[in-house]
Every structure is written in C-alpha cells, then in structure tokens.
Design a protein around this ligand. Structure first.
Ligand SMILES: *Cc1c(COP(=O)(O)O)cnc(C)c1O
Length: 386
C-alpha cells in the first residue's frame, strides 16, 4: 500500500523552468515585457496559427473570445455538457444562453449531428471542447458553422499538442479561435494562464486591446481628435476591457514548458498504453479511444464502467488507497445555477448523462512513476465490482 497520494493530474516543473522564471524576476520587466510576445510567437510557431494573445487563464480567454465573437444578450451558443463550467460560463458573461448538444458515445466529444438539431435564428456560435485531449470532429463542425454563419471557438484546454487530420490543434484551420489553458493539471503550465489563437487579424487586434482595459497607444489606431494636440503620454480607452494580462515570469515558464510538450505527451501516451493493455481484457470497462485521423494530447485517462457497476464504491475505495481519482465532469446543466437560471433538467442530453454515471478518471501525468502506474492498475483490478 502506497502512502503517498497520487493525484489524477500534476504539473512537471524542472530546474530549468524555475531558472527561466528567476531570470525574469531579476530583470526590469516582470509584467508586460518581452516574454509575453515571445511566448505568443512560440505558441504560433508550434500550432501554426497566425496570432496568439496570452491572458491570465483560459476562463478569461473564453470570455474575450465570446466578446469578439459578438455574443450578446439573447444570443445562443452551442456547447457540450461534459466540460468544465468555465466553457459555458463564458457565454453567460456576455449575456448569451448556453445551449447543450449531446456527445458521441465513443469520443465523448460534442456530436455534429446534435449540434445541427440545436441551431436556430438566435444561434451565434459553437464552442466545441476537445474532451480529454481527443480532438472533436472539427471539419464537420466548421462546415455546419459556415452554412449558418456561426463563429467557432475551440475550447482546447485539454488539447495543446493534439493533432487533427494532419494539423496541430490551435492552427485554427477549422475554427475562428482556439483557447488553451496553462493551469497546472493541463498539458503545460504557467501556474495560471491561458491563450487565444486565431488567424483573423480583426479578432487579434480586438483581443489585444480587451486584454488591457480596452486601451490602445498605437498612434495609427487613435480615434479621438485629441490625438492631434496631445503628446506621447496619450492613450485611448476605446472599449470596455479588462486586466486579463499574463506576467512575463509566467510567460518565461510557458516558453520553456512548451519546448517539453511533445516529450510530456509521449510520456502520457506510454502510460495510456500500459493502462489500455492492463484493462483491455477486463469486461468491467469501456476504454477511451483514439480515432485514426487524430492524435490525442491525453490530458486525462477515464475508464467507463460498462453497467455503472458500483462506481461510487470504486471511487471511495481508490481514494482510501490514496489514488486521486476524479469524475470529469458533472454535467454543466445539472449545476444548481444552470437549473435555476435556464430551467435545464434531466433528459436533455441522454448520452452525456449515461456517460457521467459510468466514468471515473484515474491518475495520468508525465512525472508519474512506473510503480505508481502498477499500484493504480493493481488496485483497480482488485476491486470487487459486483
Ligand atoms: C481547465 C479548463 C478551463 C478553464 O481553464 P482555466 O485556465 O483554469 O481558467 C476551461 N475549459 C476546460 C475544458 C478546462 O478543462
């Protein structure tokens, strides 16, 4: 029996990450200095997107993405119920209504067929989520969006480093914007942090300004007549923005972490392969899949109990054994705020509801020790399911 708690996810920080942070802390610019643009540039280089805007977390990134997508009071935005609440909350921040579309039973991602059913005159955008790091059917979703003039914002909080039909997630080949999270349990970390990627210059320029109170100092963009008489101190607040900036020392860490992303994913995949072979001949479970046309970032590893056989018992048993299992996720529309505000209830997305009852997330992170992987596997195998 291991006494050390094994979390479901964990950051991987080494001396060189810390050294990069310290270098910035000893410099003159600890925020709004050169590292922000440098991090944005390497994110573009890695994903293939034209523009990147770093912000203080992915929730802020989703919020800004919804603003520049034009989401407003009365608008509807389609999103899956199996996600973290932040995805849907960003729609409500803008006065919009989240409309939940059911998932595909195999990938647990939002189903394009279900998206189509939810489109009406009020629909403005779609926010698909690459659940567990497995990319959605982006091409199909983008085609639907094109027919109805909808904006597509990928919530790729789980999927930095994933690939879809030959391109990296974040390339925005089949979307208007892609959002990443750099929270410690995600693929790379800056402590807190997020980014929005896009190929559209118009969106990029708006995002830059909104990240910093809606203020611009760019002389070519000034709109007031005062610019004719005022000096170099002059800046303009042209929109109601926020302070959603990311610091330079966080960006320094992000730059260094991004260099290791591929090796992190390789390590995750090795553990996934061990899990898959350990559980494949076990008729208690449905295992997560990886479709041939994609490469998952393997943010989390979830098992599904075929007949929901005693999931609560398994969860409590693993926790007692210091294994930090989790459930991803409680359906967003079952949250009290959502049931109260929108009147959503059971039966809205039957496949998602079925999945929720079956699923349990077990530990997966790049620094996971071989002995811990074996301990998790043996503990799961020893549990009495019936
Ligand atoms: C983590 C996460 C977020 C929020 O990310 P933060 O950086 O913590 O704000 C949003 N959506 C999904 C799917 C996430 O997993």
């Amino acid at each position: 029996m291991s006494n050390k708690f094994i979390p479901y996810g964990h950051q991987y920080i080494e001396k060189d990450d810390i050294d990069e942070v310290l270098k910035v802390l000893r410099s003159d610019w600890i925020t709004q200095g050169p590292k922000v643009k440098e991090f944005e540039d390497v994110l573009c280089k890695y994903t293939g997107a034209k523009y990147a805007v770093c912000v203080c977390n992915a929730t802020a990134a989703l919020h800004l993405a919804c603003i520049v997508a034009g989401i407003n009071i009365g608008d509807e935005v389609i999103t899956p119920p199996i996600t973290f609440v932040a995805t849907a909350n960003s729609i409500i921040y803008c006065g919009g209504t989240p409309v939940f579309a059911d998932i595909q039973a195999d990938t647990v991602n939002v189903d394009p067929v279900e998206i189509k059913k939810k489109i009406n005159k009020k629909t403005k955008a779609i926010i698909p989520v690459h659940f567990a790091g497995h990319p959605c059917d982006l091409e199909e979703i983008y085609e639907i969006a094109g027919k109805h003039n909808l904006v597509v914002i990928e919530d790729a909080s789980h999927a930095l480093g994933a690939e879809y039909r030959g391109s990296k997630i974040g390339s925005c080949k089949y979307s208007d914007m892609t959002v990443f999270s750099f929270h410690p349990v995600k693929l790379i970390t800056t402590g807190e942090g997020g980014a929005i990627l896009t190929n559209r210059k118009d969106l990029y320029e708006k995002l830059l300004i909104l990240r910093n109170h809606g203020i611009t100092k760019d002389k070519s963009k000034l709109i007031s007549v005062n610019k004719l008489t005022d000096g170099d101190w002059y800046y303009e607040m042209q929109d109601l923005g926020f302070n959603y900036r990311l610091t330079d020392f966080q960006c320094a860490m992000g730059i260094n972490q991004l260099k290791k992303l591929d090796s992190f994913i390789k390590k995750r995949k090795e553990i996934v392969d061990i899990y898959n072979s350990a559980f494949s001949n076990n008729n208690n479970f449905i295992l997560p899949i990886e479709r041939p046309e994609i490469k998952s970032a393997w943010h989390i590893y979830y098992l599904r109990l075929i007949n929901n056989q005693n999931r609560l018992g398994l969860f409590n048993y693993l926790r007692k054994k210091n294994i930090g299992c989790q459930i991803h996720y409680i359906l967003v529309y079952f949250q009290p705020y959502y049931t109260r505000k929108f009147g959503y209830g059971g039966g809205l997305c039957p496949k998602a509801e079925k999945y929720y009852k079956q699923t349990i997330t077990i530990p997966l992170f790049p620094g996971m020790k071989e002995a811990d992987v074996s301990y998790v596997i043996n503990s799961i195998k020893e549990f009495e399911y019936e």
